[in-house]
Design a protein around this ligand. Structure first.
Ligand code: TMP
Length: 234
């Protein structure tokens, strides 16, 4: 399918219209940013890893009944997806304390949480993606109550599917971020699931295998991304 006009360019992806108005093409870039764009760089072949890994995980989730935007891979860096309107909410699921949860609440990184933590943030670069709750979603009109219920139930289901999938591949799913979109009136999972959007630790050593290597200048970012993809493909 031919790429037509670009309708969106984000920090890590571009989205194009196609001849079929119900389908978009997503192109995955190597660009990397962190801390709301404050740190900029690139990770060689990250786009290839993120495209392929997202494709595999979206297919796994679809098989288990999690409706999502993925249709098919086009090439190394592009996938065909259902056209959706992205809801401006980042949905974060946490199993182990890390990142902003550790910073905000003073919980040591690596602490296994005694309950799965679900957070929402308002996707708004100017405001720095602030943490919000369901009342904030309501007053900002970001989604309907029913849509939030669907998102919450999908988020927990996705967590249990992915936690098991990664653990079989010797990876701990520490936390991750999801985005949902509306497609023909229905809320479905969209965006990507990759080392950019998940914290993934080696199950034996707790070695970080995700974007924290870029955020914190830990080195060997490319190798870590490729290692994750090779395990996910098993
Ligand atoms: P946080 O600890 O910085 O809130 O991140 C939680 C998870 O969400 C982590 O797996 C990284 C992911 N994430 C994104 O995908 N995009 C973002 O803009 C942020 C802040 C986090």
């Amino acid at each position: 399918m031919k790429k037509l006009a670009m309708i969106y360019e984000g920090k890590a992806k571009k989205v194009y219209k196609t001849e079929d108005e119900s389908k978009f093409i997503v192109y995955f870039k190597d660009d990397a940013t962190a801390f709301n764009g404050f740190k900029k760089g690139s990770v060689a072949e990250k786009g290839i890893v993120n495209n392929q890994m997202s494709a595999i995980l979206f297919a796994v989730l679809a098989k288990k009944g999690v409706k999502n935007h993925f249709i098919e891979l086009i090439n190394e860096r592009e996938m065909l997806v259902k056209a959706v309107n992205i809801l401006p909410i980042e949905v974060i699921v946490r199993n182990i304390a890390a990142g902003l949860l550790s910073k905000r609440l003073g919980i040591e990184e690596g602490t296994v949480l005694n309950t799965t933590v679900l957070e929402f943030s308002y996707k708004n670069d100017e405001l720095g993606d602030p943490l919000i709750n369901e009342d904030h979603i309501r007053i900002l009109n970001l989604a309907k109550d029913k849509q939030v219920e669907i998102i919450k139930s999908y988020a927990f289901q996705i967590n249990s599917i992915l936690k098991e999938y990664f653990l079989k591949r010797q990876i701990k799913l520490v936390d991750f971020k999801l985005e949902f979109g509306v497609c023909q009136g229905e809320v479905i999972l969209a965006d990507e699931i990759s080392p950019d959007t998940c914290r993934l630790w080696d199950a034996d050593t707790d070695r970080k295998m995700d974007k924290d290597r870029f955020r914190r200048d830990l080195g060997r970012v490319e190798d870590a991304y490729k290692e994750v993809l090779s395990r996910v493909m098993k």
